[in-house]
Every structure is written in structure tokens, then in C-alpha cells.
Design a protein around this ligand. Sequence first.
Ligand SMILES: C[S@@+](CC[C@H](N)C(=O)[O-])C[C@H]1O[C@@H](n2cnc3c(N)ncnc32)[C@H](O)[C@@H]1O
Length: 205
Amino acid sequence: MGGPRPVPPGVLEAKHRAEAAGFDLSCDDGVGRLLACLAAAVPQGGRVLEIGTGAGVGLAWLVSGLGDRLDVEVVSLEKDDALAESAMSAVANWPRRVSIGHGDALEILPLIGVFDLVFADAEGGKTEGLGLTLAAVAPGGMLVVDDMLPKVDDAYHASLWPELQAARETLLSHPEFSSCELDFSSGVILCVRRSASRLKRERDE
Ligand SMILES: C[S@@+](CC[C@H](N)C(=O)[O-])C[C@H]1O[C@@H](n2cnc3c(N)ncnc32)[C@H](O)[C@@H]1O
């Protein structure tokens, strides 16, 4: 067995930003590596959305998965002024189509269309307004939520537990999505929006 794989330089930079800002809510490396793999599967000309930029760690993992692809648009939403500004200055140096939407995801989501990969990592769009997030997933598109396992000694996470359980139930039982729980890292639910069947498309036309 080899040791842990190296962390991409952009992720390391974002981790340093998080540390300097005292921000401790960045996604785990396990979730980040999953995001990078799924980003690599986004179709030609596709779109990726992150809800909740934080210090940009998850965003850096998503971007790392895209490698040198420039055809994919990446949007990340953050409502905190200081975090959004810090992420915007970092992103300005990245040679690709990445933008930070500064504001409340619940207000922005209805205006920005659909995406092939969505990482919903903020209360807005996850424990509140989950329907808006689901509506932003394109047919065949994927939705990732993390932090779905209990966290020992995290009173804030514990206070959200009822809402997280409600979100879990919605995600796992939604008829338009095929979903599974991945019992690793902080606990992930992965949902894929079913593509409309040919029969249904014909009925709708
Ligand atoms: C768990 S952290 C995000 C971590 C980041 N995705 C990562 O993996 O590094 C959640 C972030 O969502 C932001 N947030 C919370 N509610 C929001 C909302 N309604 N709209 C936009 N951002 C929101 C918070 O300010 C916080 O920075």
C-alpha cells in the first residue's frame, strides 16, 4: 500500500487561505478527490456549480479534476463578503472559466440555469431551499452533498441534524434522481438526475 496521494497545488493554496482566515469548514480530502473525479466526467461544454465557496478548497478540487480543459464553466456561490472577495482574487489568476457569484444562493439559484455537476455545501441550498438546488441539476447531471454523517463534538452540526435528516430523506426518495449514500469521509450522498426517457420526451413534445 502506498501513502496518501499528493494534494494538487491549487488545493494546498486554498488550504493555506482557509488557515490564514481561521476557516475550518472546508471539505475533506476524500470528498475533494471525489469532486475532482466527477468534474472530469462533465460533458464537453458542460457546467459545474458549487454552493458555498468558503476559502475555495472544494472549488480548487473541482478545478483540479478538469485538468487543462477550458470548455467547462465553473460557478461557485458565496454569501460572506470577506470569503467571496478572497476567493475572487485567487480565481482571477486561474486560466479558465471560473467565477464566484457573490450573494445568497437562494436568490441566485433561480437565475443561473442548470449544471452537470453541483456540489451543495452551504445551508442555503442544502438544509434550506433544497428544491432550488435539485432544480439546478441538468438531466444526467450529478449532485453531491457532504457532511451527512454525525460529527462528534460539533454542536453546530448537531443542531442541524434534523434538517440534514430531512434533506437525506428528500434526496434518497426523490423520483427524478437515482441516489446513494457513500459512507466515507464526512458522509456523502451522490444523486444523478435521471435523463427523461424517450417515451416521456415524445409525450411532452
Ligand atoms: C461548508 S462551507 C463551504 C466549504 C467549501 N465548499 C469547501 O469545500 O471548501 C459553507 C459556506 O457556505 C456559505 N453559505 C452559507 N449559506 C449560504 C447561502 N445561502 N448562499 C451562499 N453561500 C452560503 C458560508 O458562508 C460558508 O462559507
